[in-house]
Design a protein around this ligand. Structure first.
Ligand code: COA
Length: 532
């Protein structure tokens, strides 16, 4: 049956939504300019005068011509450190090198010498997690001053900090996932270990340096006076210490060498043919902004979004007449099968059980899952509690958390409370998680939080000042929840893998599904389907 759309593009609501969404996209584009700006004009000029290439140009030269580049968390550190650490000083993403999908992890030396802030470490570790899960070789373009020392307590000692990046390198290498480095600048301390722990390392003559302690540390520690080139220069490391394996005359030669090594890695090629031919949707994804708008309280039919994302707009919907606040459907995206769970209202017991049942079907049939979150939470109230919403919602959470097939999540609207959990929020380790610029994420909305907190405080506030204090509390709570549920607050802190536009979503998901189809073996053993 052909899909139909019921939207009215001429309506006032659609026009208003479209305009609102256009403004959201303008903000996103402005912030992406910040992300690619690096450390600013002066430092970029110094960088180039030293014969070095900007980090994104290095990546362009490394990738195959025409390769997509799925950048992970480009807006990390947005709004933090007075916005002086664009993209957290590191660019990470997946692209094709010699026909092989690779994870690229590249320091931006124009941002505080490529040193590691809290978000830099998180981004580096997240990129490695993705590489491990998707069996991708890691290519490190190293230009890194180690830990950002004023933040050393936030990047050095704990699990998930700098040490974990090295642990990951060793683990991945041992599991047959190549770890390769090209060194472009001064790499000190932690920065030095990235190439030192790589399977093979290239270094650029003149600018590349590796030392566990730079000249000032050597002077302080053992009173030896030595220049940087003698201590850790490219020629010394390639000809004498053997820390690096190849000497490159310049950056382009280093990148060409890296490509040559990848060419001979004996890795499986990236382009597995999808099970079906990819067909474009029958409806236009540019209309999604006009459908969803920016007001989360304004309901819309999520089928209108789905038919603009999936191949040929074809949905095979499961239990379409039951538990209608959760739409469950098998579809294809760029020829890859996917089982979609999309919110269409509050989650009730019926919708939760339907979701759990659907996940079991996808498990049995080896179909990856896609969660499209627009959820205020599970239903509350006496009737819902007596109907067992706690245990029925738990069935959805349990089925989702233990699914044997890969899971993807996109926040297309609100992501509140336990709804975030049931719909595979970050805590449930989806393979990838992206957000749209209209999304919001928090325990609850600002309005609900304000009501809850003022109700809780009411009994303890007495006397003449009580009313004023309540007003202050209400104002502060609304402000806090509004600020913290903003998608840029979330992406700055790596709660997602990036903010993407509705029109990019199909291509991003297609690439993710392609990677996961190649890297995830078909689960073995029984996969029971319990009718709920
Ligand atoms: N912690 C804090 N700040 C650092 C830093 C670090 N590890 N590495 C560099 N920076 C800062 C510099 O202070 C400078 O800040 P400013 O612009 O506010 O003055 C900025 O980053 C650029 O550094 P600069 O030395 O001018 O750049 P460079 O390109 O000439 O050299 C390095 C880059 C990384 C080789 C050099 O900065 C260096 O050796 N840093 C110290 C490395 C170190 O000792 N790390 C130990 C970590 S455990």
């Amino acid at each position: 049956m052909n899909a139909v759309s019921r939207i009215k593009p001429q309506s006032d609501a659609f026009t208003r939504n479209t305009q609102h969404y256009a403004a959201l996209l303008t903000t996103l584009h402005e912030r992406m300019v910040w992300a690619v700006r690096g450390g600013g004009d002066k430092l970029m000029q110094r960088h180039i005068e030293r014969g070095k290439l900007p980090v994104r140009q290095r990546i362009d030269l490394l990738l195959d011509v025409g390769s997509p580049f799925l950048e992970i968390a480009p807006l990390a550190a947005w709004g933090l450190y007075d916005n002086e650490v664009p993209a957290a000083g590191i660019v990470t993403g997946i692209g094709l090198v010699e026909g092989v999908h690779c994870m690229i992890i590249a320091n931006d030396a124009t941002v505080k010498g490529g040193s590691f802030f809290r978000e830099t470490v998180r981004k580096h570790v997240r990129a490695q997690d993705i590489a491990l899960q998707n069996r991708l070789p890691c290519l490190y373009l190293v230009d890194c001053g180690g830990a950002y020392l004023p933040e050393q307590d936030l990047v050095f000692p704990d699990w998930g900090h700098f040490g974990t990046t090295f642990y990951n390198q060793c683990q991945m290498s041992a599991q047959g996932l190549p770890q390769l480095s090209a060194v472009f600048g001064g790499c000190t301390a932690g920065g030095a270990y990235i190439p030192a722990l790589s399977d093979e390392a290239i270094i650029v003559q003149g600018t590349g340096r590796i030392h566990l302690g730079g000249p000032p540390i050597v002077k302080a520690a053992i009173n030896e006076v030595v220049d940087g080139e003698t201590l850790g220069g490219a020629a010394m490391h390639t000809r004498i210490s053997g820390v690096t394996d190849y000497l490159a005359a310049d950056e382009r030669q280093a990148l060409a060498k890296l490509r040559q090594i990848v060419r001979n890695l004996n890795q499986p090629p990236a382009l597995a043919t999808p099970p079906r031919a990819s067909l474009p949707p029958r409806f236009d994804a540019t209309e999604i902004g006009g459908i969803v708008g920016g007001d989360l309280k304004q309901p819309y039919d999520v089928h209108e979004v789905l038919i603009r994302l999936v191949d040929d707009s074809e949905l095979q919907e499961f239990k379409p007449e039951y538990g209608v606040t959760l739409v469950c459907a098998v579809a294809h995206i760029h020829g890859q099968p996917v089982g979609i769970l999309a919110n269409n209202g509050v989650l009730f017991s019926e919708s939760s059980m339907k979701g759990a049942h659907f996940i079991e079907l996808c498990n049995q049939r080896n179909i990856p899952l896609l969660f499209l979150q627009n959820i205020t939470g599970f239903m509350v109230g006496t009737e819902a509690e007596r109907g067992g919403i706690a245990k029925h919602s738990a069935k959805l959470v349990y089925a989702m958390a233990t699914a044997r097939v890969p899971r993807l999540t996109v926040l297309i609207g609100g992501s509140y409370g336990a709804g975030n959990y049931g719909m595979c929020g970050r805590g449930f380790a989806p393979s990838f998680l992206f957000a749209w610029p209209n999304s919001r994420i928090a325990t609850m909305s600002p309005e609900v939080a304000t009501t809850v907190l003022t109700e809780l405080r009411k009994s303890s506030l007495k006397g003449a000042s009580a009313e004023a204090e309540m007003k202050d509390l209400a104002r502060e709570t609304t402000e806090q929840f509004t600020r913290q549920s903003d998608p840029y607050y979330a992406t700055a802190r790596l709660w997602d893998d990036g903010i993407i536009e509705p029109t990019q979503t199909r291509d991003v998901l297609g690439l993710c599904l392609q990677l996961l189809a190649r890297s995830t073996p078909r689960p073995s053993g029984p996969s029971p389907v319990f009718r709920m």
